[in-house]
Every structure is written in C-alpha cells, then in structure tokens.
Design a protein around this ligand. Structure first.
Ligand code: FES
Length: 577
C-alpha cells in the first residue's frame, strides 16, 4: 500500500517519520548532501540500484564495473543513481543450500525497495537464486523495476579441451570417482573450471533464469546471454540505466509485465532451452507473488508441443557464449514465435512480438535450431504424477537416458543425506543397475532444506563397472548444470508426510514418462500401516530465520516460497495455445 509520500518523486518520496514532514525532507537532503551531491542532483528523481555483490560470490566479481555503467546511463538520462547492497547468495558458499535463503533475500529486496526513496530500481544479480529473489521482491514491492544480470562466464581450456562450470565440474568429478582422472589432474581442473567473472557457463539455473527474465519482459532484448566480460555487457548495463529512468512514472510495473500470459511464454522458453528444473520452482515463486500459479499439468501440455531448440550443455554441446554469438535469446524467440503470446508488454514498452520483429535475422544453426529441425520434438522437462508424487515431480527428460523411461525397478532407499553419504559407495550395498535409487528427507520441509542433492552419485561399484546413469528419485533438487535420469521435487516431500517417506528397500516402483506417472506398487493398507509408524523428519526451531522457515515453507510445486509472502490467488496460468 502506498502512503502519500510514495506518490512524490526523488528524495521527497517515502519520508522518515519524525512527525514533521518538512523537517524530514530537510534532514534527508542535509544528510544526502553529506555524500557530496549538489542541489541539482538532490532535485532529480532517483533510480535505486539493488545489487548482490559480495566477497562470497565469485559470479558477481565484476559488479563494480557493471554498476558504474548503470550509473552512467541513469545520469545521462537525467536521474540520480543510488546503489545499495542486499543479501548475496553465492551458490557454493552457503550451508546447507542457497535455496533456503532465497526467500530471505527476496524480503530484503522487497522491503528496501519499498522503504528507501526510489522512483524505479535496477536489480543487479545473476547467481542462481539472486535473480529469482530480486524478481520476487520487485513483484511484491511493485515499483517500476528492470533486471540486469551478471552474464555468463567464458570458457577456458584444459589439455586442449574446452571447460566451463559447471557441467564439466560434474563430468570430471565422475571420472575422478570412477578412477579415470587422478588426483593431480583433478587438482589442475579445479583451477580451470571457473576462470572469469560471471555465472556458470552452461544453460544451468543462472542462465535459465536470465533467459526467462528476458522473455518475461523484465530485461531488454538480447540481455541474457552476453558474456560477463564482454564490452557489450557494460553497454547493456548503461542502456539498462537509461531504461530505468524511462520507467519513472510509467505504468510498466512488474504487476503489469508479469502476467499469466508472460509466465506461459516463460514456460515455453524454458522447455525450448531444455533449461534447469530449478526454474520451475522459481517461476512458481515469482508467479505466486502476483496471485498466479505455474500448473505442472499445464506444463506437460506445453511440453508436448514445444521442441528443444538449443544445443548447449548440460543437454548438448555448446556454452552460453556460443548462444550469444549465435543470436542469443532473440534468435530462439523468433523460432518460438507461433507458440508465444506476442502482445505481452516489456520494460522497454515494446511487446514481445515487436521485439521479435526487430531482432536481427542472423542465427548460427549450430546452436539455435529451427522448429522444423529441432534437437528434440518435445520440451526438455516433464512432470510426473502418481501415488508417489500426488502434487507432482519433475524430470529433465532432455538430460536423461530414454532407455530408462518405461520401466519398473526395485527401490534402494536412503533415509537421509547422511545415510546416502555413509552407504552409497559401500562395497556391500545391495544394488544393481536396474534398481531405482531413492533419497528421502531432502525436500523443502526437511532439515536439509532441499539441496541440489537429487543427482545421487552412481554407487562406486557400479560406476567402476562403467554404469553412467540409473533412475534416481528424491524430494531434493538438482543443479541446472547436471544430467541423468533424475526425478526431482517429489511433492509432498518425505518430511511433510509424503508417500516418498513410506518407500522401503525392495519395494517396486513403476515409472512411465510416456504416461507421466510415478507409482509405488504397494497396497494402500500397507501404506497406511507404514504411515502410522513414521516419525516426521521436519523440524520447528524456536527462533530466528529458521523459525520462520519451518513455520511457513511451501512445497516445491508452490515455489518453496513462504506462505505469507504470496499474494491471494487471482487465477491459474493461461490455457495452453
Ligand atoms: Fe553462480 Fe553457478 S555458481 S551461477
């Protein structure tokens, strides 16, 4: 809700309450003068620059340069840029997992956008959870906002081979586990995997979310794939600053841009990219802030009619810098044109259709395929339902082995991450390549807080025998840079009393990707008996953020947001075209 001060511009907006409005403005201008601004600057409208630079975030290492370029654009267009830090979420630096703190960052972004005097805001983020957190916060605050992303890392080389985080991280680690890469070589690879600023170099979660921010209309055309270290990235930052000024006083607020039809466009692009499974959770969370939802059954309908068009790791061969050189997201959207809602408005005031019409027709077909010759006929993700996942589970079929899609297997169950770590490589583990590995108690309501642990390692004795993939099922997530026949986000999760927690060693599980089903073949009476004996693994802390988390975390199909941060539901997503 806006108070009177928030309808004013610049420093006069949202005054600190001292009981005397004129005094409040006098004091604020006086303190702002202490930062060296002249009167002409103090009279300007303000563009806030919310950024997540941190010494604990390698992906955001170049943010000082990016922010400087944004400021240049803002000043040129006649407003005053003021940067401010928010929480940062460096993917590999947070315990137990960055997702746990995404909602905290979104609250920081929302409240600081609302509480501080700014007429529009540039959101500068990039690493996996930072962009969703910023979009969630901006959607809730609903002042004009524009996203700027870090851009992807550039690749490096090891013994003549191209390397980029983090699909190659996993590939080399798997080879090290199976004994094919020795300690000296894995140490050399460690130094080469992430060698520039920017986000992971493949179509992982960060790149997927950047691409979705572009199709959602929250970024300029072509902004997602520009490499972090390219001069084009700085020019895009400068341009973003200018656009942020043009947003001041306009009705191009997040609530007008992030519509049900825009989210459907985002799901289409996600499927065409073979993008990260994490993106489904983040899209649901952003949509939830506006009273919308991402329906997994509807995603299946879209997946049936959306081909995979790009050839990038982890599902293909290229890296994000190749996508940029190939024409970027505009080239992909031009192919998807018949499937998109073209009338969706964007931050620049253009519609998606106008952007597509204005884009260059250059495209490198090595990385962006036409609809008539796709990488795959159907979308990269599919949702599965059944007694094992009544509210759904997600499989990235574009990164999985299709020979494992229609089968029944024996469950080999791990009750927790600790149990997994203790037994997965034990020589006596009773496991064959045809079994289904099941991990319990790694979902959002668990102590583990839904880490990217769903990519269960192949048991050492099978890996040494050359087994590279097998069916794995959990309530955890998987890194967007990983691959394999990995069924994730099983909802409700085991810690909330979901059926996943009732699976026992030796049970039979039936998977059918064709039928979109995941069934535990155990009769209902036995499941009732087992349920009466289980102890919940969820927890309830007495204080702090953990207390908030335990009391309010939602399931994966609802975006793992906190229930009290969502807006009242206004509708479901638009119907499939
Ligand atoms: Fe930041 Fe991968 S670690 S995007």
């Amino acid at each position: 809700m806006q108070n009177h001060d928030q309808t004013r511009r610049g420093l006069a907006r949202g005054l600190t309450n001292y009981g005397d409005r004129d005094f409040s403005l006098f004091l604020r201008r006086s303190f702002a003068s202490a930062m060296g601004y002249g009167r002409e600057m103090l009279d300007r409208p303000i563009v806030g620059i919310a950024h997540s630079a941190s010494g604990f975030n390698n992906c955001h290492r170049h943010f000082p340069d990016l922010i400087e370029a944004v400021k240049r654009g803002v000043l040129t267009a006649g407003a005053l840029p003021i940067e401010f830090p928010t929480i940062s979420l460096g993917e590999s630096f947070l315990n137990p997992t960055s997702l746990k703190f995404r909602n905290l960052m979104s609250m920081d972004v929302e409240e600081m956008i609302r509480a501080q005097p700014m007429d529009s805001v540039v959101l500068v983020g990039g690493c996996d959870k930072t962009v969703p957190a910023q979009l969630m916060g901006a959607a809730s605050a609903d002042i004009p906002a524009i996203q700027l992303v870090a851009g992807p890392m550039s690749t490096s080389r090891h013994r003549g081979e191209r390397l980029g985080a983090c699909t190659d991280c996993r590939r080399f680690w798997a080879q090290h586990r199976s004994g094919n890469v020795d300690a000296e070589e894995i140490s050399a690879v460690e130094q080469r995997l992430a060698s520039t600023a920017g986000t992971c170099a493949v179509m992982g979660t960060a790149s997927t979310m950047a691409s979705l921010a572009e199709v959602l209309g929250m970024m300029p055309a072509g902004a997602a794939a520009i490499p972090a270290v390219d001069a084009d990235r700085l020019r895009m930052a400068e341009s973003t600053g200018r656009i942020a000024v043009s947003l001041i006083g306009s009705d191009r607020r997040p609530s007008r841009i992030l519509t049900a039809r825009a989210f459907e466009n985002a799901v289409r692009l996600l499927l065409a990219l073979g993008g990260s499974t994490n993106a489904i959770i983040h899209l649901a969370a952003i949509a939830g802030r506006l009273g919308l939802c991402i329906d997994l059954a509807q995603m299946n309908a879209l997946s049936d009619t959306t081909p995979v068009l790009i050839d990038l790791k982890p599902t293909g061969t290229g890296y994000m810098q190749d996508l940029h050189a190939a024409g970027g997201i505009p080239a992909v959207l031009r192919e998807l044109r018949p499937l998109l809602h073209l009338d969706c408005i964007t931050v620049t005031g253009e519609t998606i259709g106008e952007r597509i019409d204005a884009a260059s027709d250059w495209v490198d077909r090595a990385f962006v395929r036409p609809m008539t010759d796709p990488i795959r006929e159907t979308g990269g993700l599919v949702a599965l339902f059944g007694n094992l996942a009544p509210q759904g589970a997600v499989l990235k079929r574009a990164a999985a082995d299709p020979t494992l899609f229609e089968r029944e297997g024996r469950a080999v169950v791990f009750e927790s991450l600790a149990d997994l770590a203790a037994r997965i490589d034990h020589p006596d583990l009773d496991v064959t390549p045809d079994d289904f590995l099941v991990l319990q108690n790694a979902g959002p309501a668990s102590e583990a807080a839904m880490p990217e642990a769903g990519y269960l390692p192949i048991p050492a004795k099978l890996a040494k025998a050359g087994i590279k993939d097998m069916v794995r099922i959990s309530d955890a997530r998987m890194s967007g840079t990983a691959y394999g026949t990995v069924i994730l986000h099983v909802s409700p999760d085991a810690a909330s009393g979901g059926t996943l927690g009732l699976v026992r060693n030796g049970d039979r599980i039936r998977l059918s990707v064709a039928d979109r089903t995941l069934e535990l073949i155990v009769d209902d009476r036995e499941l009732v008996r087992r349920r009466s004996k289980i102890t919940a693994h969820g927890r309830s802390a007495s204080r702090g953020y953990q207390h908030l988390y335990d009391a309010h975390i939602l399931q994966a199909n609802e975006g793992c947001d906190f229930d009290f941060l969502q807006a009242a539901k206004i509708s479901s997503s638009a119907s499939p075209r």
